[in-house]
Design a protein around this ligand. Sequence first.
Ligand code: 9WO
Length: 260
Amino acid sequence: MRFDVVTLFPEFVAACAGFGVVGRAQERGLLSVHGWNPRDYAEGNYRRVDDRPFGGGPGMVMMIEPLRAAIAAARGADPRPAHVVYLSPQGRPLTQARVRELAARPRLLLLCGRYEGVDERLLAAEVDEEISIGDYVLSGGELPAAVVIDAVARLREGVLNDAESAVQDSFEDDPALGPGRLLDCPHYTRPPQHPLGDVPAVLLGGNHAEIARWRRMQALGRTWQRRPELLDEAALPAEDRRLLEAYRAALSADAGDPEP
Ligand code: 9WO
């Protein structure tokens, strides 16, 4: 898969994509990330990429032509058609379902704004969809672009190793879930006893069926407590409803019993 990023800070995006899972995938030739700087396509001695907004007001707006030329150069670097995404707070919210759709495409071109944003005519002419990674304002689209690359790359064949993939399989595509998936269960490693607390006994016991049940119960319980809107309880299988009931029962027992 190929990612092209149109940005005033291509080194920043390259650095974001240079580490960990995505960096390793690039080294292995499973995907590539290319930066395109609109300043390289700007005219004149000053190489201007921004100008004052018509109608007045604070800040600057990214001009059409340098962006158009950078996008054209990026499109032309590979014969496959690119799906063009603009990262902005006005976009459709990014979800794992949207990430899956993006991961099915051979090429993504991510357009990063700076300043107050991009001339609307460039967006209308070149952009296929506008995506938001959350309801907050940043100073540019580069961090959101890095988020999209990371989330999409992990879903591509061969990017995660067996150990990394196994974690995802347990929850990601559960049809009983509503809009999303279950939140993850808690994790523990050595030492089993520590001044900050002991590892739950069930995890030390080696009964794999019991461990799977406990983890499922924790995932259901934490989703119910922290993100109830992700959980469609009526759509859960009977066994999940029982586990969630057991989680609630254990909670009220903990809250009700005085310490010995
Ligand atoms: C800057 C600004 C300056 C003065 C007055 C108003 C202003 N609005 C903005 C602004 O919203 N700038 C954006 C910065 C323009 C598009 C790129 N930027 C951006 C993208 N910030 N936050 C995002 C973003 C993208 C995706 N998901 C969440 C946030």
